[in-house]
Design a binder for this molecule. Sequence first.
Ligand code: IPE
Ligand code: IPE
Ligand code: MG
Length: 246
Amino acid sequence: MEHATAPDSRIDLQRIPAHIAIIMDGNGRWAKRQGKTRSQGHEAGARNVRLVTEACRELGVRALTLFAFSTENWNRPKREVDSLFRLISRAMKQYADKINETDVRLRHLGEMDGLPEHAARDVRKCMEQTRNNKTMDVCVALNYGGRAEIVQAARKLADAARRGEIAPEDITEELLARQLYLPDHSEVDLLIRTSGELRISNFMLWQISYAEIVVTPTLWPDFNRQALYDAIVEYQARDRRFGGRP
Ligand code: IPE
Ligand code: IPE
Ligand code: MG
């Protein structure tokens, strides 16, 4: 259900960021603080995705992009990587019906090639089941790297040039943006990073050019509705100038 009035009186429903992207960081630190295993931390993080998705949908956010597994995360111990992909598969199976009922479309950005077969299969299945949904897109970045995304875009353009379909001077920002994994979501309005690190970690390098960045010390499994509302309030207090004059 979408809110007729804001769930938090500080939020202006007319100025909700259309596209929110989240670097969901801090599962490990959360687990450590609770005396739990890292994999229990990832489980808690995965459970939280549903709550935040629902809160975004209720506010009228049109697209939510979630960083779930980076191209650099392959450098973690195999055990942790395996457990992450098992969790992803499980979440896809467990929540597919719910995602579908709420008219959310699941999308993927990143390279499917290279994902464990079961994870690729379960993500594809969920995308297929929800492909005609219209209320909100939830885009899961899996095996995603911002540099890799720009490299694959450059390759597509080079291919088109080699075939004689375009000339180098036809390459504009718009044309390059159309080669990104999800060309219809090239701009991010609000980028949230949980757990306090002040870095981008190779996420959405092209799409965040003019995003407002909110970093919160809250660890991802603790990032709740109120934390989301706080981030949106902070976003709405910013003066987005896009290089112009106020
Ligand atoms: C984020 O939590 C989840 C992924 C990167 C998959 P981390 O596992 O990075 O948690 P910290 O940063 O060690 O606390
Ligand atoms: C970023 O978190 C990647 C995801 C949230 C999936 P990391 O924990 O991998 O980032 P670094 O290592 O702190 O930069
Ligand atoms: Mg981390």
